[in-house]
Design a protein around this ligand. Structure first.
Ligand SMILES: Cc1cc2nc3c(=O)[nH]c(=O)nc-3n(C[C@H](O)[C@H](O)[C@H](O)COP(=O)(O)OP(=O)(O)OC[C@H]3O[C@@H](n4cnc5c(N)ncnc54)[C@H](O)[C@@H]3O)c2cc1C
Length: 431
């Protein structure tokens, strides 16, 4: 995926963002902490370090927004894509599980708090996030899930079918979950705001600087890129799904998924009032997930994946809007305004990962499509590691980074899983 480090493709966000921040042209020869990757994870870590008084430099291979942080759909969802409290408690010892659950559950609040503290203009709307349940069995699972999150102190409720109908205009669901701390943002403006917040505190961010090598340098590190070297006491790898240069050691620990996003032309206010009276983002429980949200101009944003990547751009764009028209019973086809794409990464157990590559060299990954809320927490935990906090006290377990066997073929596995999910939805009448 290294060839995808390029200026962001044209997205709804590049078309509607404010001006990009003015970044550094040069970097110092040393700093306390060097952060590799200028997405949400890297910039959040840098912000916490700069707030703690550390000198911090961020090196970004492309431009701000080249990675998933620039191309995502802006749903702020404070939980796991494929795991819930019960699953996490099965996988981890009780104390560790509850620490991770508390961290993840508070992720959306952390996003909106940072936005308020740093006065980031990014259309932030903490309206709540809806997860409608398809089928009675799934409604029972969500009822229990809502109880589990409530016990952890989260503002989560189960809504009955008629309430979900009133929230979405859709009468196919058997109820659903609402997390009142979720919502939506303009992700690129949020990223730009994080960058400005880092720089206001003396942090340095440089684009078009792909880190190739890192080597021990006494008690610290020497990091090399095309024209320079920089010395640092600690290094944080925040390169997500990328596998070019130094990023390979982390990017190969997860399965990259190509996700397409689509924005329609703006809807009329009557339709908006019917399908999203409180402007809440929606993501249902079907295997072939149905999602939608509105942007500030009432465009519908949704997404999908392709089993066959050849010619998928236009095909997925049309299919996603056709599905919106049919599921939401839109009075007319709104038309496709822009289609864009990017890579998300899934870890095998769908949980976030914190890696220790060596003394003072750490990485974090695994936001599993819920990365906006999760990175607000992951970045902070990475910063705590760089500040010298003991690993045992952290809410995400530290582990060695192990590349997935046959990583190059994992997209094929993802395509097969998608084909299976669609077949399953079709077989059980969910499509
Ligand atoms: C299409 C799409 C839709 C999504 N929708 C949502 C959503 O609605 N809600 C949600 O919560 N999550 C969503 N996600 C997931 C979310 O966007 C990510 O989990 C999150 O942005 C990850 O942030 P990050 O900083 O870890 O990684 P990234 O944003 O990918 O940043 C990594 C950065 O590292 C840089 N880099 C790579 N290699 C090097 C190197 N060698 N040297 C220097 N820099 C390097 C890259 O250029 C990149 O900018 C979506 C993802 C995609 C792809």
């Amino acid at each position: 995926m290294s060839n995808h480090i390029a200026p962001p493709n044209q997205t709804l966000w590049t078309l509607t963002a404010g001006p990009a921040p003015d970044l550094a042209h040069d970097v110092p020869s040393r700093c306390d902490v060097l952060v590799i990757g200028g997405g949400f994870t890297g910039l959040t870590a840098a912000l916490h370090l700069a707030r703690a008084g550390r000198s911090v430099t961020v090196l970004e291979a492309g431009q701000l927004g080249s990675g998933a942080s620039g191309v995502n759909a802006g749903f702020v969802v404070p939980n796991f894509a494929k795991a819930d409290p019960a699953v996490v408690r099965q996988k981890l010892p009780r104390g560790k599980a509850d620490a991770l659950l508390s961290l993840v559950g508070a992720g959306a609040d952390q996003v909106f708090t940072t936005i308020a503290e740093e006065a980031i203009a990014c259309d932030a709307a903490q309206t709540g996030w809806l997860q409608p349940a398809y089928g009675e069995d799934m409604a029972d699972i969500l009822r229990q899930r809502a109880r589990n999150w409530t016990q952890l102190g989260r503002p989560v409720e189960f809504l009955e079918a008629r309430e979900i109908h009133a929230e979405t205009g859709m009468n196919i669901y058997s109820g659903g979950l609402i997390d009142h701390s979720g919502g939506t943002i303009h992700p690129l403006n949020y990223l730009y705001g994080l960058a400005r917040a880092v720089m206001r505190r003396g942090g340095i961010i440089r684009e078009n600087t792909r880190v190739e090598r890192i080597a021990r340098n006494g008690g610290g590190w020497r990091v090399s890129f095309a024209d320079r070297e920089i010395e640092a006491d600690s290094v944080l790898l925040a390169t997500n799904a990328f596998t070019g240069g130094i990023a390979a050691r982390m990017g190969r620990t997860g399965v990259p998924l190509r996700v397409y996003q689509v924005a329609t032309r703006p809807l009329d206010t009557g339709t908006v009032a019917r399908i999203a009276p409180h402007r809440r983002p929606v993501g249902d429980t079907r295997s072939n997930l149905f999602t939608y949200r509105l942007d500030r101009d009432n465009r519908l944003i949704s997404g999908g994946m392709a089993i066959n990547p050849i010619g998928a751009f236009d095909r997925v764009g049309r299919a996603v809007v056709d599905r919106l028209v049919s599921e939401l019973r839109l009075p007319r086809h709104p038309g496709v305004e822009v289609v864009w794409t990017g890579f998300a990464i899934m870890t095998p157990d769908f949980l976030p990962r914190l890696y220790r590559f060596d003394e003072g060299f750490f990485g974090g990954i695994g936001c599993n499509g819920r990365g906006i809320a999760m990175t607000a927490q992951l970045g902070q935990v990475l910063a705590r590691l760089a500040l010298g906090e003991a690993a045992e006290s952290l809410p995400i377990p530290l582990q060695p980074a192990r590349s997935l066997p046959f990583h190059r073929f994992t997209p094929l596995v993802a395509s097969l899983a998608l084909a299976h999910a669609r077949f399953d939805d079709w077989r059980t009448g969910r499509l």
